[in-house]
Ligand binder design. Structure first.
Ligand code: IMP
Length: 431
């Protein structure tokens, strides 16, 4: 028996969808443990494209249990419409195949409004570039002990009391931002209307997972975003509002940390970022444009163009350490085909000093200049390679050097969006 956590080891969009799908075939339970519908996971199965935001990737495979854990923030209206869309594609979803933790906080329309109003009001240089989906404000309410949780939907009196508590805070805040106060009765009516749709999936997830573990079932923990967007270890304040790193898998569903057997970090062969914030290896020249075009780097949720740059080994070494990554899945190697020379960042220079990690202070992060090593590229295509023998020698050298620099082995190598175009070194479930 093995339980595997998948985390993004950069700024998200590392290509988790394909790897999670590949692993979910081997798993019995697939659980989301943080984030919300700010995530955009694209799965291609037998030519059908599925786009998921809140639902765990396991829903598209029959015979699996998909779980939304308490570490997630859930927009109930979005969930219902996502379920409807995915059902239209022929996928069956029922309370036997989908469970939502009863202690999951709900994203309300007021959270999205607050998220967008703050971004609009932000002074130059302070905008986060959020997805505008209310993720941050909902997590704030959770920690502020004024969130409405799934279980609260079951009882009218509790729901009213929770709404009143939340609105005392929010209406004061809204007044300061020039927003209208929230229509209390309208919000309660909306929540009551959606309640049965959500409550049918509500379950004590911690208990269900304990039983699954005892029965020897395999659990796949599906992370969203990436470790550099982690609320504690990311490039704060330009981060998302949840812990994204592997430790969150335990608290985000309610299992002990000892239940995690393998942490797989997903790493793109170069670097991208959506939204604002420091990005030491960013390329604003034609090489950056070329990476973006070859890698089709546009955000799934917002459609925004992603910023692109060279591989940053110093940052990935750091994120692999904080998540205890046992092996990485290296994705999109084929995007680097045809470059004469490739650069890899191995550390930074700050005020004349050499650092082997990115410092925490924002002003220092902004002043860090990358120290690069150069490697020869390759002209052959690596797209679709399914064994090491299919790869040019320089591509193998690039991968091996990355392993050395980040101090973590490659478990999987992905060479195209097709699921079969994967070189397997270590099966995380069998390790
Ligand atoms: P929020 O999660 O909407 O609050 O956005 C905070 C930051 O995280 C912004 O820079 C977003 O672009 C980024 N972000 C959130 N979700 C994702 C994701 O799934 N992939 C990549 N970036 C994301």
């Amino acid at each position: 028996m093995a339980n595997v956590v998948v985390v993004g080891a950069q700024w998200g969009d590392e290509g988790k969808g394909k790897i999670v799908d590949w692993l979910s075939e081997r798993a019995d339970v697939i659980a989301r443990f943080q984030g919300g519908h700010n995530a955009g996971h694209t799965l291609v199965i037998d030519g059908q494209v599925y786009k998921l935001n809140a639902l765990p990737s396991g829903v598209v495979r029959g015979g699996k249990l998909s779980v939304i854990g308490n570490g997630v923030v859930l927009d109930p209206w979005h969930l219902v419409s996502e379920i409807a869309k995915i059902r239209e594609q022929g996928v069956e979803i029922s309370p036997e195949t989908l469970m939502v933790a009863e202690n999951t906080p709900l994203i309300l329309p007021l959270h999205g409004e607050l998220d967008r109003a703050r971004e609009e009001a932000a002074a130059k240089g302070t905008k986060i570039g959020t997805t505008g989906r209310g993720i941050g404000p909902c997590y704030e309410d959770k920690v502020g002990r004024r969130a409405i949780r799934v279980a609260d939907l079951a009882d009218r009196a509790t729901l009213e009391a929770r709404v009143d508590r939340a609105l005392t805070h929010h209406n004061a805040l809204r007044a300061g931002l020039g927003l209208e106060p929230v229509d209390r009765d309208g919000l309660i009516a909306k929540l009551e209307e959606i309640a049965p749709e959500i409550l049918q999936y509500a379950a004590p997830v911690w208990k269900v997972l304990t039983e699954k573990r005892k029965a020897g079932k395999r659990i796949l923990f599906e992370g969203a975003q990436g470790s550099l967007l982690d609320i504690d270890f990311g490039t704060y304040p330009f981060v998302t509002s949840s812990n994204v790193i592997a430790g969150q898998a335990a608290t985000g569903v309610g299992i002990g940390p000892g239940s995690i057997d393998f942490v797989l970090g997903i790493v793109k062969a170069y670097t991208t970022r959506v939204g604002e914030g420091p990005f030491p290896t960013e390329l604003t020249d034609e090489t950056g444009e070329r990476l973006g075009e070859r890698g089709r780097e546009f955000g799934v949720v917002t459609g925004r163009k992603r910023r692109c740059g060279w591989f940053d080994a110093a940052l990935v070494r750091q994120t692999c350490a904080v998540s205890g990554v046992n092996g990485i899945a290296l994705t999109k190697l084929d995007v680097l085909d045809g470059f004469d020379t490739l650069k890899i960042c191995v550390g930074y220079e700050l005020d004349g000093e050499r650092l082997d990690y990115l410092p925490t202070a924002s002003d220092q992060q902004a002043r860090c200049t990358p120290v690069y090593e150069e490697m020869p590229g390759w002209s052959e295509s690596t797209e679709g390679a399914r064994s090491w023998a299919d790869l040019p020698a320089n591509a193998i050298k690039y991968v091996r050097h990355i392993e050395e620099l980040i101090d973590c082995p490659v478990a999987l190598l992905s060479t195209s969006p097709e699921r079969e175009d994967t070189i397997l070194v270590t099966d995380p479930f069998e390790d």
